[in-house]
Design a protein around this ligand. Structure first.
Ligand SMILES: Cc1cc2nc3c(=O)[nH]c(=O)nc-3n(C[C@H](O)[C@H](O)[C@H](O)COP(=O)(O)OP(=O)(O)OC[C@H]3O[C@@H](n4cnc5c(N)ncnc54)[C@H](O)[C@@H]3O)c2cc1C
Length: 320
């Protein structure tokens, strides 16, 4: 685990926590986020909120003063938290939101904190087909809805019936894939909404075949991705999915720009898959972000194509 210097929060810490509504969940100040993130970098959350359940979350959002910034994090597999940490309240769903159940008509309902791989395994255990691709995505359902995550031929939008969320004002929302305008690695999430769960359609399947498909996905990922490294997955969205005039994968452009293995401080472009950045041990978030921007600049210069960050960068830089 990397220990990061940080400018954890200042004198108004007590003031912030004092301004927050009562909750049955947990509120903690100045919580280091680096140990929670895939990259193992980043500063602290000014306040970390773990709601007890959906009602607790709704009450909190309804009564939380509108000027307090709120940030939701999931399994953090698509996040780069900057070194100065995240001001305001960081919301992280846990236990109560991690349940998965089989409902009528083969609908699988999963809480927003359920890991995608757990949902895939649950579907397989119940001989329900259609969700095997989720086993290739190391995030949780809430992050998958936000990113319209996808792998090996499937995307959230293909299997989503509806998502439940709580709005910034505490109201319940039920959102269809159309409401969310889901497309390649994009959803339009109502400002400040927190997903609490999602209903997925499945079809009747053969358990052995589903498990075999999941095994194949696992083997392909092992071969092609640095999945045991501290990484944030694909750094950039694939331009050929965003832009009909471009037929290239992001990794091809990064490679052609000579960036495979490129290093900034403790951050490096993976030799194994050059759309992945890795923390080789002592990287800061600043190293990782600078590396990404360096690659974007080189790709633009070499190919004329502007890569779009797929990794979400959140929080503030470290200040002197
Ligand atoms: C090794 C590796 C391989 C990967 N491979 C793939 C892949 O094949 N395909 C793919 O699509 N992605 C891949 N990713 C990226 C990542 O796993 C996905 O984007 C995943 O869906 C992110 O989910 P998360 O729970 O980790 O979300 P986070 O990274 O925690 O958050 C992502 C975004 O979702 C928002 N969010 C999270 N939870 C909620 C919620 N409950 N309500 C509202 N907003 C929320 C956050 O605010 C943030 O904007 C990979 C990542 C790694 C590290």
């Amino acid at each position: 685990m990397t220990t990061q210097p940080h400018n954890a929060k200042p004198s108004n810490n007590m003031a912030l926590i004092d301004r927050l509504p009562e909750t049955r969940g947990k509120l903690r100040e100045n919580v280091p986020l680096a140990p929670l993130t895939w990259f193992r970098v980043g500063g602290p959350a000014e306040v970390l909120f773990r709601p007890a359940d959906t009602q607790d979350l709704a009450d909190f959002l309804k009564n939380c003063p509108a000027d307090i910034p709120l940030t939701v994090i999931g399994a953090t597999s698509n996040l780069l938290v900057r070194d100065g940490g995240i001001p305001g309240v960081v919301i992280r769903l846990g236990g109560e939101f991690a349940k998965t159940e089989l409902r009528d008509d083969g609908i699988i309902y999963a809480g927003a904190a359920a890991l995608d791989v757990s949902v895939a395994k649950f579907a397989a255990a119940n001989s329900r087909a259609g969700l095997a691709f989720l086993s290739g995505i190391p995030g949780a359902v809430g992050g998958g809805l936000t990113m319209n995550a996808g792998a090996y031929g499937g995307e959230f939008k293909d299997v989503l019936l509806y998502a439940d969320a709580v709005g910034r004002d505490g109201t319940s929302l039920k959102l269809s894939p159309e409401d969310l305008e889901m497309r390649y690695r994009h959803s339009t999430v109502p400002e400040g909404a927190v997903f609490t769960g999602a209903a997925f359609k499945t079809t009747e399947g053969n358990k052995a075949e589903i498990l075999a498909a999941m095994e194949e996905i696992k083997n392909k990922r092992e071969e092609s991705q640095p999945i045991r490294e501290k990484t944030g997955g694909s750094t950039f969205a694939n331009p050929f999915r965003d832009n009909p005039d471009c037929d290239k994968h992001a990794w091809q452009l990064v490679d052609a720009a000579g960036c495979r293995g490129l290093k900034v401080g403790g951050a490096q472009i993976s030799e194994k898959h050059c759309n992945f950045m890795i923390n080789t041990g002592n990287a800061t978030a600043s190293d990782i972000e600078t590396l990404g921007e360096t690659v974007r600049a080189r790709v633009l210069e070499q190919s004329g194509i502007t890569l779009r960050w797929e990794i979400r960068r959140i929080g503030v830089p470290l200040t002197e």
